[in-house]
Design a protein around this ligand. Structure first.
Ligand code: AMP
Ligand code: SF4
Length: 477
């Protein structure tokens, strides 16, 4: 039973719009800008004020929705979702937004993040008669809203959200309104913008730029924003509690042109690279970054160290992210297909290869080999994040510590495994310093669990993979 649910860790992107005559088209463009957050499935649900209509499927936004499909989705408000899932949760039913009809009306929900008490809630709901159609956490939210009685929908949503534990940025749509909510720790990014005569909501601000929406502000942790024909209403379902935004959003996930909590991601990554140059300097001839997510950090490293930045690695744009390949063998092949070393640039040179993170070690090992085969005299690997030593249960696909190279080997052993001449990571304190969030919460408002093992929420035994249970129960920062 658990194996089935475990497969649902998701890194996703959500988008919502209210008050635009072509809401489905807007959502299409918004989702396209969020495509880096998930490429396995996409969906849109639209409301014309009376009824909801949906379209969803496996693949990229451009595969799932064409002009004809979008034309059939007429309406002034919509929500959408792009999805990444690990093996096991890839069925069409799990593609979001999920859409529920009942005697009291329709409701659609799209969710980014992962609930740590989903299994517990699901068992409780099943015991009281709920029947689930999917293995998605999102359906748990819908059942909780339904179970919350016959009062006003907003009260029922608030009651349901109060039962959730973990990371969740949510957009919900019924015939009359668009609702957005963020978990009380604000673990995932979610922002609000003005567009046309209405509003837009998105996981990342890059989605606003593409649809011409004007950024207003971040959705606050514990906040519930309701947009309907009367306008926009700011409500709260819980008080904010120890801000714990995912550090990996800054390090790897978010697009460089997005701002997360008012910080531009490219600038943050440059600062991470500069810090890295300060704490792990090395004599070398060129600095190169692993495209695309590490280019900003490599530029920062080069600027700070005075070693010239060069395009030592080229990416083939038409291959998906490394992680999408389901098996190790396929993943390794994926890395090979994705990158090439530029021989003329690296031949005979001492190369600093900057990457944003090491998860399993596959990418670094391949690239070091590639650079050496292209004639690099030395390859010094510099990572602009700390070693990932613990699994994530908040929606990032690193939920198995057995697969995390830094959970099982020392830095020197990893250096040896990946074949580098030297290897350094950015220490946790230096990383927090470089992001510079200036937040009074512990850890300056970061979640650092995958680097420190200190989880910002309780962990529930029945939601943990069996091999992680003994190690993790009761651990909390
Ligand atoms: P690995 O090859 O397993 O060590 O993965 C590290 C590479 O994947 C790095 O180049 C990162 O840019 C990227 N990466 C880091 N975290 C993730 C993640 N959670 N999902 C997908 N890719 C990731
Ligand atoms: Fe992000 Fe790591 Fe926290 Fe997961 S454990 S939410 S990846 S910082």
């Amino acid at each position: 039973m658990f194996g089935e649910i475990k497969g649902l860790n998701e890194e996703c992107g959500i988008f919502g719009v209210y008050g635009h005559p072509q809401a489905a088209h807007m959502t299409y463009y918004g989702l396209h800008a969020l495509q880096h957050r998930g490429q396995e499935g996409a969906g849109v649900v639209v409301s014309d004020g009376f009824d909801l209509k949906q379209s969803k499927g496996q693949g990229l936004v451009t595969d799932v929705l064409d002009e004809e499909e979008l034309k059939s989705l007429s309406g002034h408000s919509a929500i959408g979702h792009v999805r990444y899932s690990t093996a096991g949760g890839k069925t069409v039913e799990n593609i979001q937004p999920l859409y529920f009809r009942s005697s009291t009306g329709s409701l659609s929900i799209a969710h980014n993040g992962n609930l740590v008490n989903a299994t517990k809630l699901r068992h409780e709901l099943e015991e009281t008669g709920s029947i689930f159609q999917t293995t998605s956490d999102t359906e748990v939210i819908a059942h909780l809203i339904k179970r919350a009685g016959r009062g006003p929908i907003i009260n029922r949503m608030k009651q349901a959200l109060n039962e959730l534990e973990g990371a969740y940025a949510v957009v919900m749509l019924d015939e009359k309104r668009l609702v957005a909510a963020l978990d009380p720790r604000g673990m995932r990014p979610l922002s609000l913008a003005k567009v046309c005569s209405g509003y837009a909501i998105a996981s990342e601000t890059c989605a606003f730029d593409v649809v011409g929406a004007e950024y207003i502000r971040e959705i606050e942790p514990g906040e519930l924003v309701v947009i309907d024909e009367k306008g926009i209403h700011f409500d709260r379902f819980q008080e904010p509690y120890n801000r714990s935004i995912c550090s990996m959003e800054y390090i790897y996930f978010a697009r460089p042109d997005s701002n997360v909590d008012r910080q531009n991601i490219h600038s943050v990554r440059k600062r991470l690279g500069k810090k890295l140059a300060d704490v792990a300097s090395v004599e070398a001839d060129v600095v190169t970054g692993v495209p695309d997510s590490s280019i900003s950090a490599a530029i920062g490293f080069a600027e700070q160290s005075g070693i010239p930045y060069e395009l030592g690695l080229i990416k083939n744009r038409y291959v998906g992210r490394t992680f999408i390949q389901p098996s190790q063998a396929l993943r390794e092949r994926g890395v090979q297909m994705k990158l090439s070393a530029v021989k003329k640039i690296v031949e005979g040179k001492r190369v600093v290869m900057v990457d944003d993170s090491i998860v399993r070690g596959t990418t670094s090992k391949r690239i070091v080999k590639m650079l050496k085969e292209a004639g690099a005299a030395e390859v010094h690997v510099r990572i602009s994040s700390p070693p990932i030593t613990h699994p994530c249960f908040y929606g990032i696909d690193t939920s198995n510590s057995g697969e995390l190279i830094a959970a099982n080997y020392s830095v020197e052993e990893i250096r040896d495994i990946i074949g580098a001449d030297s290897l350094s990571f950015l220490p946790v304190d230096a990383m927090v310093d470089a992001v510079d969030r200036n937040d009074p919460s512990p850890n300056c408002g970061h979640c650092l669990a995958c680097f420190t093992g200190k989880y910002p929420t309780d962990l529930y035994e029945d939601s943990l993979p069996p091999h992680e249970k003994e190690k993790l129960i009761g651990v909390r920062s």
